[in-house]
Ligand binder design. Sequence first.
Ligand SMILES: Cc1cc2nc3c(=O)[nH]c(=O)nc-3n(C[C@H](O)[C@H](O)[C@H](O)COP(=O)(O)OP(=O)(O)OC[C@H]3O[C@@H](n4cnc5c(N)ncnc54)[C@H](O)[C@@H]3O)c2cc1C
Length: 383
Amino acid sequence: MPNFGLTEEQEMLRELARKFADEELIPNAEQWDRDGVFPEDSINNARDLGLLNCTIPEAYGGMGLTYLDEVIINEELGRGDPGFATITGVTMLACHPLIYGGTEEQKIEYLGRVCNGKISAYCVTEPGAGSDVKAISTTAELDGDSYIINGAKMWIGGAGHADWFYVLARTGADNSLDSLSGFIVEANSEGLEVGKKEEKMGQRSSDTRAVRFNNVKVPKENLIGGVEGNGWLQAMTSFDRSRPMLASHALGNARGAMEEAWQYANERRTFGKPIFEHQSISFMLADMSTKIEAARLLAQKAASMLDKGERATLESAHAKRYAADIGMEVTTDSVQIFGGYGYSEEFPAARRMRGAKIYQIFGGTSQIQRLIIGRELNKGYKK
Ligand SMILES: Cc1cc2nc3c(=O)[nH]c(=O)nc-3n(C[C@H](O)[C@H](O)[C@H](O)COP(=O)(O)OP(=O)(O)OC[C@H]3O[C@@H](n4cnc5c(N)ncnc54)[C@H](O)[C@@H]3O)c2cc1C
């Protein structure tokens, strides 16, 4: 693994996360995925070990680690079980708008709850608006000291277990970005309905549901930052800050698939020798390795820029797009190396491949990442 000067502490974090993944995630991943188990005990164990809430400041109970620390840890979680990584990642995603733009009271209360073991969920996507975030139609209307929220959200990770939701809604009458605002909504609010668990292709342990808001009354104090119109910036900043982590999940899952295929290639024999000795197989493994190394470098570069307080919209999009796409390639090639056994759910390759697909879709699709990359780079080319 490349190491451009990781500190001793970062090496220790990596080792801790790797051991946790080996002992607690990999042995359970198949059953969690098959039975759709939400692994509450393991989430608590990971938190107790200091592997979650990485970039929540210590002042609010978080680990106060760097983004680079976060991607190092999360690569190991993704390698352990991408479903588990998604569950814990989604809570972190919901915290980002607060870390970025919340009031001190909001941070103390809601980041504090997460650090004490509660789950939160990020409600942006709607049935009619996914990639086109600015097309959302959920509304929040001020009524005395409260906002009344109406609308529907779709594909919300962790919804069935959440204590509170980050909700992006429209506070203004026009369709401009300035009319978007972020809210903290308590899961037990009257009028908030959580839908059935979606039957997904992969990562079935991560709980994904629709959430409906029927005249949900939210105190004015839960408007994030206390000012209307900052929702777009909060949501987009959260994407920038969470995409390196998502990239690390995708590349971690790919690394798991490669490691499993590599081992199999040395055990499985055809034509009198291990299949690794057929050049087409060893070249496939070599290509997997190159792609994973490159994806890791992109994720770590974006994370390092965030640590320096730099704008990393371009780098985060590069990292997420590339890790998601090579994640699909590597896991598909892993199935190929396992031959017929790769197509069986008895072996991990199929689960890895199913689990890889979502990275090209959530957190902004691979097409949307290209759109961002093109737009960002064109600023330098356009006269
Ligand atoms: C398992 C899962 C978990 C999720 N978790 C969450 C969550 O926790 N919170 C949340 O808010 N959302 C979540 N999502 C939603 C996810 O972010 C959206 O599904 C995603 O952004 C795509 O939106 P869409 O499904 O509406 O597809 P659409 O936006 O309808 O896109 C359909 C296709 O068109 C392409 N496309 C769209 N616009 C363009 C364009 N301008 N140029 C080129 N191609 C384009 C897309 O790339 C895609 O291939 C989750 C989704 C899934 C499946």
